[in-house]
Design a protein around this ligand. Structure first.
Ligand SMILES: *Cc1c(COP(=O)(O)O)cnc(C)c1O
Length: 415
């Protein structure tokens, strides 16, 4: 792609670019949608071409302007990953490059292991996705990478840690937090981290509100990470992960790790995820509208102690962060029903919402975090995080919101 074409493309909107960029039908017999290239290996036209491809792939020489070195082997790269990566970039405001992985954890692990070395520190918000927290405790800390947790939304504490931990390398922000939806200030984390060390990396797990409603790269973050298993794919039928950055060198480094780790997203999954991208904004908008209508009505229900949802924030600091970095409240809400018995009965009585972990699908999923997703956490951490006995988390889907509201109300009325 020439530079001129590139800059002309930048003027198109994301919802146009996701459908026009990165895929050339002429390379697939004119088919309107990409083919799936399942081949594990690629045939070289000449031995010289093979030599050249390896020289470029191993970093011994650089690809010349306009040169097409061709593909080698599907663990290194394959056409469906390239197409997907080109098409996902415009969805993330500020991104210039992307890498796709075979799960969200694979993207997060590759990011942390690529950029942190023994002796480095990682500051991270809690509650953090359970798998990520495990990765830090069970794998990174034993090899000498130190983790420093900070409760979500504690802006002063976040700033203090960023300014004082030894050898700050990474700040990992997951916002809003799961399942409390407490928000952390991405812009402040980026500003403080970069003031301290221009090479420190601020990574944001943007799974809950991105790519539609929260744009970390636009407020200074270096790397955006996704469990694409959730909203990006949207149908609860595939595992995938993605990393996006403005600085293409960061993504190149992660791709070099990906070759060693063997965790590139395979062709079929790339193709599936690719076909879901054009509708992610539509799905997320609908889920957010549904969730807001439901959250604001359930907040008035006698059996509900509290609804945790961005439009219902009362803490001025939370409201400030929300208004500064989120465009819409999103499709996740949590209900505090007072006790485990009430939470379990609520789950039992639901007829439309299904009792399952995961989120971001077109169907509504409801779970009890304390006994499931968050059950490995020590009691003190659960308490500090606000993961109470009565809390249920709802990932609102794209069903008719009135049917969902009726379903929640009939289940609550039976408590
Ligand atoms: C699900 C999830 C992950 C892990 O993603 P997988 O695709 O399951 O590996 C990471 N972060 C958040 C916020 C998630 O919801």
């Amino acid at each position: 792609m020439s530079d001129r074409k590139d800059s002309a493309e930048k003027r198109l909107g994301a919802s146009t670019m996701v459908l026009t960029r990165g895929y050339d039908p002429r390379l697939s017999l004119g088919s309107a949608r990409p083919a799936v290239f399942r081949s594990s290996t690629y045939v070289f036209p000449t031995p010289e071409a093979a030599e050249r491809a390896f020289s470029v792939a191993t970093g011994r020489s650089r690809q010349a302007e306009g040169e097409d070195v061709g593909l080698i082997y599907a663990r290194i790269n394959h056409p469906n990953a390239e197409i997907l990566e080109d098409q996902i970039v415009p969805l993330e405001s500020g991104a210039e490059a992307a890498a796709v992985f075979n799960s969200g954890m694979a993207a997060i692990m590759t990011a942390l292991v690529t950029f942190a070395r023994p002796g480095d520190s990682i500051v991270y918000t809690v509650p953090l996705y359970g798998g990520t927290q495990h990765l830090i405790h069970q794998f990174l800390e034993p090899i000498g990478i130190k983790g420093f947790p900070v409760p979500a939304g504690h802006t002063k504490h976040l700033e203090d840690l960023i300014c004082t931990v030894p050898n700050l390398r990474i700040v990992l922000v997951e916002t809003p937090a799961n399942p409390t939806l407490r928000m952390s200030d991405i812009g402040l984390a980026a500003q403080k981290a970069h003031e301290r060390d221009p090479h420190a990396l601020v990574m944001v797990d943007n799974t809950f509100l991105g790519p539609a409603f929260q744009h970390p790269l636009m407020v200074g973050a270096d790397l955006v990470l996704y469990s694409a298993t959730k909203y990006l794919s949207g149908f609860s039928d595939l595992l995938a992960g993605a990393a996006l950055a403005r600085d293409t060198a960061l993504i190149e480094q992660m791709k070099a790790s990906r070759i060693m780790f063997g965790n590139i997203l395979p062709p079929d999954e790339c193709w599936l995820l690719d076909s879901r991208l054009p509708t992610v904004m539509l799905r997320m908008n609908r889920a957010s509208k549904n969730a807001q209508r439901i959250a604001e009505r359930l907040a008035r229900h006698a059996k509900v102690r509290r609804v945790l949802y961005p439009t219902l924030f009362t803490d001025p600091e939370q409201i400030r962060i929300r208004d500064a970095q989120c465009e819409f409240p999103g499709g996740i809400l949590s209900l505090d029903l007072g006790s485990k018995a009430a939470a379990f009965d609520f789950l039992r009585h639901l007829q439309i919402g299904r009792n399952a972990v995961s989120l971001g699908g077109v169907e509504t999923l409801v779970c009890h975090p304390k006994t499931t997703t968050h059950s490995p956490l020590p009691v003190e951490e659960l308490e500090a995080a606000g993961v109470t006995d009565g809390l249920v988390r709802v990932s609102v889907g794209i069903e008719d919101w009135k049917d969902l509201l009726d379903d929640f109300q009939q289940a609550l009325d039976k408590l």
